[in-house]
Ligand binder design. Structure first.
Ligand code: PSU
Ligand code: MN
Length: 308
């Protein structure tokens, strides 16, 4: 990889050059999304799951000012334990890099860096989207506008339950972002397998998903393909528990005046505490499923390319 401002590990460089399957993984999930010490265990387990499925993991973050595609285990360990680390979306990237700081990259920044390095698949937990009350606060995640101009494949379990899901789906439509259910036409709700919203399309295999991606590429389209992978119903948070804790989380955020990029970490932390860690287990299960599916899609994409 010749981009001078970004470091791509040798392993990822070789995999990309040879057309081998690679899966990008974000770092905000372990710098801001999950509590210690579970965050590090989950980050390393995700890499193992990718390897077990026959692909190369590329965990992405900013280490000592260097945007890095393919962080080492040591670097992931440092970032997992760093206090006051920056949450880096795309607008933060040049600032945090030039100041030599550490950062956990969001979906937006991770997708950008992954694409720059030639990585075609990215697995995450939940996407950012339109926050509740956004018509007043204007709080919408830059994940959406970034993915609208980044031709990558993102596997998620939908958007975070704390968001206005209906408004987010409308935004995806405006931004030309295709949303495809994996084995379902119900849009997943992150902690729950069905958010209550319908999807127009679904695919039933990694090969079918890969075909959508290669067709997008053949058409010269520049937007991400969003693959929505629901958590198994047996592992989901009971919907009544979710409804109750969400209502209280929003109330508390309002009382404390929490907004901007602090909103997501605050709400997730509140939900984790108030469900006695139950939401954390679901969060991890969701992520595992997405990472494994991401690796399968990367393998299918790579096989497709090698057949050409
Ligand atoms: N989903 C989670 N935990 C997280 C995030 C998503 O379960 O920490 C992160 C992702 O990195 C996503 C970001 O890109 O939150 C969106 O933040 P914002 O709404 O500030 O753009
Ligand atoms: Mn925001």
């Amino acid at each position: 990889m010749s981009h001078p401002a970004v470091h791509v590990s040798d392993q990822v460089t070789h995999a990309v050059e040879s057309g081998a399957p690679v899966v990008a993984l974000e770092s905000t999930i372990f710098t801001h999304g999950l509590p210690r010490p579970r965050n590090l265990a989950v980050a390393l387990e995700a890499e193992e799951l990718v390897r077990a499925a026959g692909a190369v993991p590329a965990t992405i973050g900013v280490y000592r000012g260097v945007p890095t595609v393919g962080l080492t285990t040591e670097q992931i360990t440092v970032l997992s334990n760093a206090d006051g680390i920056d949450k880096v979306s795309l607008r933060d990237l040049p600032v945090v890099a030039s100041l030599g700081r550490d950062g956990g990259t969001t979906v937006a920044a991770t997708a950008y860096l992954a694409h720059l390095a030639g990585v075609r698949v990215f697995a995450t937990g939940g996407l950012g989207g339109v926050h509740r009350g956004a018509s007043e606060s204007f709080d919408e995640s830059a994940d959406m506008t970034t993915l609208a101009v980044t031709p990558i494949t993102v596997i998620s379990a939908g958007v975070k339950s704390i968001l206005d899901i209906g408004a987010t789906l409308e935004r995806f439509e405006t931004l030309n972002l295709p949303v495809i259910g994996y084995g379902t036409r119900r849009y997943p709700g992150f902690y729950v397998s069905d958010s209550g919203y319908r999807l127009q399309y679904s695919v039933d295999s990694p090969e079918e998903a890969a075909k959508v991606v290669s067709t997008r590429d053949a058409l010269g389209l520049q937007q991400a393909v969003l693959l929505a992978n629901p958590v198994d119903e047996s592992l989901q948070l009971p919907p009544s528990v979710l409804d109750d804790v969400l209502r209280r989380a929003w109330e508390e955020a309002g009382r404390q005046g929490i907004g901007g990029n602090a909103a997501t970490p605050f709400l997730l932390d509140f939900i984790q505490r108030e469900t006695g860690g139950r939401s954390l287990e679901v969060n991890v299960a969701v992520y595992r499923g997405n990472v494994t599916l991401g690796a399968e899609v990367a393998v299918a994409l790579s096989a497709e390319r090698n057949q050409e």
